[in-house]
Design a protein around this ligand. Structure first.
Ligand code: MMA
Ligand code: CA
Length: 281
């Protein structure tokens, strides 16, 4: 039988039993103290675990804290920037609208300006026509001595006609093809044609005049029925009735000798400029 079996068997209540009780009591106290100490230590450790004492960890915590602050700043800055961007976008749209409206207004002004410019040009040419003709000739006609002259080239450099259609145009303008019956008039026509020279081809700057031999070959008569007696105004070798026949007279450019400026040409086939004449007011 061992010590415990003898204790619980109730057989022995001597000094051994008391020693055992004392030992158990002491053990109890020791365990209690240990439990209290462990409890205190645990509490201390739990408290200390909140304060990281390692310097690197502390630095990291600081950096984390700073980063956190920075992050908040960045978010706030981003929101500010977003708001600023929205405002800028709104302003941009507004300015674009304003710009478009200004553009429309500007386009309108440009059109008005162009119309005014065109009107100004017309008025200026009317003034110069009036000044040139002293009010004695219709618009488009130049005044010289007692007549008014229309050079078709001055109105259009592209429109050209045969002799018959040129005469019709003159009649429609209240005039007729020019009758050159003085040296002054020949000089005036020669100088005027010289100003309109466009190229080296003589026919390119040819102008019909009211002189024909269509009734009697080689008998040159002006449309006012006056026979031309001056041979000096023909170019050398003209009139020559070339090709299929040439019964109408034209004034061509003649830089070397303005007096020798006439040539006979085919009335129907040849299309050139023309000169009209009417008596001035
Ligand atoms: C030549 C000459 C003129 C004539 C034309 C016709 C270029 O000049 O013979 O007299 O009228 O040809 O094209
Ligand atoms: Ca000829």
């Amino acid at each position: 039988m061992n010590c415990f079996s003898s204790v619980f068997s109730g057989g022995n209540t001597g000094p051994r039993y008391r020693l055992l009780l004392l030992s158990l009591g002491l053990l109890n106290v020791v365990l209690l103290i240990s439990a209290v100490i462990i409890g205190i230590k645990c509490a201390q450790i739990r408290q200390n675990s909140l304060h990281v004492s390692h310097p690197v960890a502390a630095q990291l915590l600081n950096q984390l804290h700073d980063l956190h602050n920075n992050h908040s700043d960045v978010i706030m800055a981003e929101e500010d920037a977003k708001r600023a961007l929205e405002t800028a976008v709104k302003n941009h749209a507004m300015l674009k609208d304003q710009l478009q409206q200004k553009q429309i207004i500007n386009d309108g002004y440009q059109k008005q300006l162009e119309a005014l410019r065109t009107e100004r040009t017309t008025l200026l040419s009317n003034i110069s026509a009036l000044e040139m003709s002293c009010g004695k000739c219709p618009p488009g006609f130049l005044h010289f001595n007692t007549s008014c002259y229309f050079f078709s080239y001055a109105e259009s450099s592209t429109v050209k006609k045969n002799w018959h259609n040129s005469r019709t145009d003159c009649i429609n303008r209240g005039s007729d093809l020019i009758v050159i019956d003085s040296p002054e008039e020949q000089t005036f026509v020669g100088n005027s044609v010289k100003k309109m020279v466009q190229g080296l081809n003589v026919w390119q700057n040819g102008f019909w005049v009211g002189l024909t031999d269509m009734d009697t070959e080689d008998h040159w008569v002006w449309i006012n029925n006056v026979t031309e007696v001056e041979p000096r105004y023909w170019k050398d070798g003209e009139p020559n009735e070339a090709g299929t026949g040439e019964d109408c007279a034209a004034v061509l450019q003649s830089p070397s000798n303005p007096w020798k400026s006439r040539n006979d040409a085919n009335c129907k086939r040849r299309e050139i400029y023309w000169i009209c004449e009417k008596v001035s007011r």
